[in-house]
Design a protein around this ligand. Sequence first.
Ligand SMILES: CC(C)(COP(=O)(O)OP(=O)(O)OC[C@H]1O[C@@H](n2cnc3c(N)ncnc32)[C@H](O)[C@@H]1OP(=O)(O)O)[C@@H](O)C(=O)NCCC(=O)NCCS
Length: 202
Amino acid sequence: MPGPSSSRTPLVLRELRWEDFSSRRDSYYDLYEEVRENPGLGMTLFRQRPTEAEEAAWFSRLYQAVQQGDSVVVVAEVGGRAVGMVSISGTSPGSAGLESSHVGVLGVLVDRGHRGQGVGSAMILRALELARRRFERVRLLVFETNVRAKALYERLGFRTTGRFVGEVKRGGRYLDEELMTLDLRTWQPPPEFRGTAPGSPP
Ligand SMILES: CC(C)(COP(=O)(O)OP(=O)(O)OC[C@H]1O[C@@H](n2cnc3c(N)ncnc32)[C@H](O)[C@@H]1OP(=O)(O)O)[C@@H](O)C(=O)NCCC(=O)NCCS
């Protein structure tokens, strides 16, 4: 799903490909460098960096879920390189038959060096539009301290609907996460984003 260049960067939004594995693994591994510089980094990490095999298993599950129509994934490319990904997936593996199967859980990561340039919002918008075919509601967890990300989600239409106290334990410190939700049945792309995502109608 290629789109026109944005004014700042030539951004292409597309579906997940099998060859995205190495860039998505490296992107996740890079968070382990980042969290050393920024202990408040707003992503929940595994205590031990996952092995290549674990990463491959995760990617393979995600890829399969996309093929089966159980996950929606949008990848952002800049200059022919994948620089970010958003996924909206069922609440747990094999959740397709559950009474909660109308709920999708959103996860997003933009590579360092490509943040603050509209990549995240463009990807999330596209993913929400696609997710309407599969889910009725979307939820995400965001660190209470991640004010920039929270502001972005709010601009896109998410609202804070709950709080997980002490959900993350990092370096002996407990961090709260906020639950943000969006009802896809009534959601409309906010006016400031309408027509801004690459490939969206003018
Ligand atoms: C949060 C994230 C996905 C947003 O994607 P992005 O491409 O940086 O966002 P956009 O450029 O589309 O939008 C920028 C807005 O995002 C917010 N933002 C959040 N984190 C940001 C960051 N690290 N750098 C720049 N902007 C950030 C700001 O509110 C900004 O709004 P502004 O334009 O009014 O300043 C991305 O910054 C990221 O991956 N951050 C690190 C991991 C993380 O915090 N993930 C959230 C998990 S819930």
